[in-house]
Design a protein around this ligand. Structure first.
Ligand code: UD1
Length: 391
């Protein structure tokens, strides 16, 4: 793909973000690409898929991401409308910027939308966090991942299993680079600045309960459509959380779509308990501090499965599968689906023994972005040479 060097452009690398989990991934990449010597020209595009201040602003400040150069302001809509809207608004950006490549991260709608536009305009696509597979095509993210990897020219992977996944889908081996995990670059860089749990929980009723050294607390996050869209599933999860909270207090920063669903389905009552603290979505440094101090994390997030493995905190994943198997095989993660008895058994084990221990996976060492830049510099160099020969 894109071997026609006449299609090679000299503009910047356009880096795309759209939704909250993208920010932790792009931060170390932009920082590294801008670093002198060998800096690489970049421009940051924000699609506006996430737009609430608590889903955005704090992340840019805390992660020291420069303000976006270009904002597409798409906002929320159905998957089709949101993806189409991003595509329509991104195409003129490609035209104006004439980028050397478009770099996308993760698996959100903004990732596939911008990758698709770039590919149709013959601009090479670079995918960071490629090759992860849940093999569950009912997840919107799985579709985004598979399709983005099919049209990417350079694929940066976080764990070895991704390599096999990509080869099975026909991706050429020389396009795949195992560089480690940029999420963990951000975690390591921010650990010293994490906000202590006492500060984040200061305004919570019963704060003494949550901060007592004996009780500890569990962090809960929940936002996947498969968990919050079906009233029976959502109710079952919230009833389980209530039972968990009888054993250990639960701190729950609530994602906007989850808050909306709980209201629509009239399930908020299940969360009214002095042992469950409901918070607004938190900034990165607040969340990092809270997770670092937690005894256990209950989640359906991809990023938290990785962060808990890096921090050595037991994680219970409320899904039937994971696209990040290294977190189960080597890390602290256990994938449980919605099985209440298993969840309670793991919580009991955490309370009695400290729970599952693991080790930090290979190359999750805080240097993934450095490796990405090395590969990119070589790749840009090779393209320059091809161009010179062609002319
Ligand atoms: C998106 C990603 C998901 C990622 C998650 C992290 C896709 C398909 N999904 O899911 O992979 O794990 O981000 O948060 O791209 N909303 C607001 N304010 C906002 C953003 C969203 O109120 O700033 C509400 C809106 O009601 C919106 C809903 O949340 O319709 C869903 O937002 P959307 O970006 O479509 O998906 P997420 O569930 O956030």
């Amino acid at each position: 793909m894109n071997d026609d060097v006449s299609a090679f452009n000299h503009g910047p690398i356009l880096c795309v973000v759209g939704a909250r989990p993208n920010y932790m991934k792009i931060a170390p990449i932009i920082k590294e690409l801008k670093r002198i010597p060998d800096s690489i020209s970049t421009r940051l595009v924000h699609t506006g898929q996430h737009y609430d201040p608590e889903m955005n602003d704090a992340f840019f400040t805390q992660l020291q991401i420069p303000p976006p150069d270009i904002e597409l302001n798409v906002g929320s809509a159905s998957h089709a409308v949101q993806t189409a809207e991003i595509m329509q608004r991104f195409e003129p950006v490609i035209e104006a910027e004439n980028p050397a490549a478009v770099l996308v991260v993760g698996d959100v709608n903004s990732t596939i939308a911008c990758a698709l536009v770039a590919s149709k305009r013959q601009i090479p696509v670079i995918h960071v966090e490629a090759g992860l597979r849940s093999y569950d095509r009912s997840m919107p993210e799985e579709i985004n991942r598979v399709l983005t990897d099919q049209i990417a020219e350079l694929l940066f992977i976080t764990e070895p299993e991704a390599h096999g996944n990509l080869l099975r889908e026909g991706v050429a081996a020389d396009r795949i680079h195992f560089v480690g995990n940029v999420m963990i670059d951000t975690l390591r860089r921010c650990q010293a600045r994490a906000v202590p749990p006492q500060v984040t929980l200061a305004a919570v009723d019963q704060r003494d309960l949550f901060l007592s050294a004996d009780a500890g607390y569990c962090i809960l996050t929940l936002h996947r459509p498969s968990n919050v869209d079906d009233p029976r599933v959502f109710r079952h999860i919230l009833e389980t959380v209530r039972t968990v909270s009888e054993r250990i207090p639960v701190v729950f920063p609530v994602h906007p779509r989850t808050r909306k669903q709980a209201a629509t389905l009239n399930l908020q009552g299940l969360l009214e308990s002095p042992r469950i603290a409901l918070l607004q979505p938190l900034g990165y440094l607040e969340m990092l501090g809270l997770v670092s101090g937690a005894q256990v994390v209950l989640t359906d997030s991809g990023g938290l499965q990785e962060e808990t493995t890096a921090l050595g905190i037991p994680c219970i994943t409320l899904r039937h599968n994971t696209e990040r198997p290294v977190t189960e095989e080597q890390g602290t993660n256990t994938v449980v689906g919605h099985d209440r008895q298993r969840i309670l058994a793991i919580v009991d084990d955490v309370l009695q023994t400290g729970g599952k221990r693991g080790r930090v996976p290979e190359l999750w060492d805080g240097k993934a972005a450095v490796r990405i830049k090395q590969v990119l510099n070589e790749w840009l160099q090779q393209r320059q040479e091809k161009l010179a020969i062609a002319n």
